[in-house]
Ligand binder design. Sequence first.
Ligand SMILES: Cc1cc2nc3c(=O)[nH]c(=O)nc-3n(C[C@H](O)[C@H](O)[C@H](O)COP(=O)(O)OP(=O)(O)OC[C@H]3O[C@@H](n4cnc5c(N)ncnc54)[C@H](O)[C@@H]3O)c2cc1C
Ligand code: SF4
Length: 516
Amino acid sequence: MDSYDVIVIGTGAGGGTLARHLAPSGKRILLLERGGWLPRELDNWLTESVFVDNRYVSPDTWYDKDGTAFQPGVHYYVGGATKLYGAALYRLREEDFGELSHQDGISPTWPIPYDELEPYYTLAEQLYQVHGARGEDPTEPPASAPYPHPPVSHEPRIQQLADDLAAAGHHPFHAPCGIMLDESNPAFSACIRCANCDGFPCLVHAKSDAEVLGVRPALEHQNVTLLTGANVTRLETNDAGTSVTEVVVDRDGSEERFTADVVVVSCGAANSAKLLLQSANDRHPHGLANGSDQVGRNYMFHDSTAVLALSREENETAYQKTLGLNDFYFGADDFGYPLGNVQMVGKSQAAMFRGERPRETRLAPEWTLERMARHAIDFWLSTEDLPRPDNRVTVDRDGNLTLTYTETNAEAKKRLYTKVKSLLGKLDMNPDHLIHRFAYMKNDIPIAGCAHQAGTCRFGTDEVTSVLDTDCKAHELDNLYVVDTSFFPSIGAVNPALTAMANALRVGDHLLARLN
Ligand SMILES: Cc1cc2nc3c(=O)[nH]c(=O)nc-3n(C[C@H](O)[C@H](O)[C@H](O)COP(=O)(O)OP(=O)(O)OC[C@H]3O[C@@H](n4cnc5c(N)ncnc54)[C@H](O)[C@@H]3O)c2cc1C
Ligand code: SF4
């Protein structure tokens, strides 16, 4: 059986980042990834392939609490979900690390303060080449360095929106973007600033994803090995149940086994919980590292709403994700609880409506959809989802995954939507602005839209209420770590990937110290 210093299972935001950080150490590192390399093909940028045919969505079937089957929006590739992500790379707010009262309950304190993660946020921003501007967003947490790259400029219609928001007394800011765009030297820029970024793979590898900036640089080191098509099905332990001794892999139907001093699980929040639960043994009868009965619980995924507003004049923006607004992050004059984050989402295209709302659009004449898309300005509203023990991942004997979920903070989510709607109405009064012709089309993202999944193995100091310690090591095992979004005790209202990357770097430093 091949033996390594470290095995990392999953190569997304957590695992891919950790691999890059550990690679220069010279330690023998094995990356096990159930997916393959995402093919570079024209379909990467074809809206129909990506949004209608779901070409890059896994064929998995999961079940909801009523036993209804659904296809989750998960992506099994080298780089994980970051291959498709929008690369909006936000830090959590400093306040998100403390206790925050929401209308539906408490968002709990993290076991580490913001200050402890801050240097790693800075490092993650550098590794993932984040473009942004400090000092524009009043809610932004303290940072020890400027963004490594200047903000991505707004295209004219979004600049107009920023100006109008500012004129109305708001604080729009340049959103932190992980795209390798060099506006000062376009001929040599890797990124061509296209319209097919958010939700698409990047054909020219200019998106700051965990394949391009995590796994590929790691593989430049000869001590790092990647096995694709390597679906980890089980972790086995010593008789005492105190150490993982073998990692069991299904590769094209054959079983392979590997061993390592340290085993790091980073399969994404739902699949990491699944792996631990289905690794139950005599010493861990309810699942590995699950003496607390917390594995799989506290699943969160953001109460997100995609909203498009229609303007009388066309919105010719290609890359739309340049603007954010956190003025309602912690509340509003008429509501004493947090509402959430407002940002732009990838520009609507007619073909997307067929993918997102097939029933409503199947019979619609194409010109209507085209026109709607040309006039759309698209927003993404995110309200914090609270950790609830009953919102959980469970696995049956056949390995079927059930996601039991009941929405939290529905009132805050509704109010954020209403705020944005009323904001557009105010901008209406500006004669230079065309929002007065706007209408809304609102999409609730069902549980299948699990892009922002987190929780399920939260870290903490109390082994009765958490799965991992503050180094993200399982309380009950001496060599098992989890570094994907599973460790989040709360999710805040901004996108999670940068926090997973920063934490993987933090855990990476711990592992480097441990291994040396
Ligand atoms: C369309 C889309 C848009 C998004 N936009 C943003 C955004 O703009 N900003 C942001 O911050 N976040 C965004 N996200 C979310 C972000 O991508 C995730 O938060 C992040 O990738 C999570 O990292 P992770 O390491 O937890 O899991 P993943 O990145 O999902 O990685 C998990 C990896 O584990 C592998 N794996 C799973 N099970 C096994 C197994 N049993 N054996 C071996 N390998 C396994 C998977 O194939 C995958 O490679 C988006 C996600 C999607 C899908
Ligand atoms: S905008 Fe840039 S990073 Fe995004 S898909 Fe297009 S070329 Fe790639």
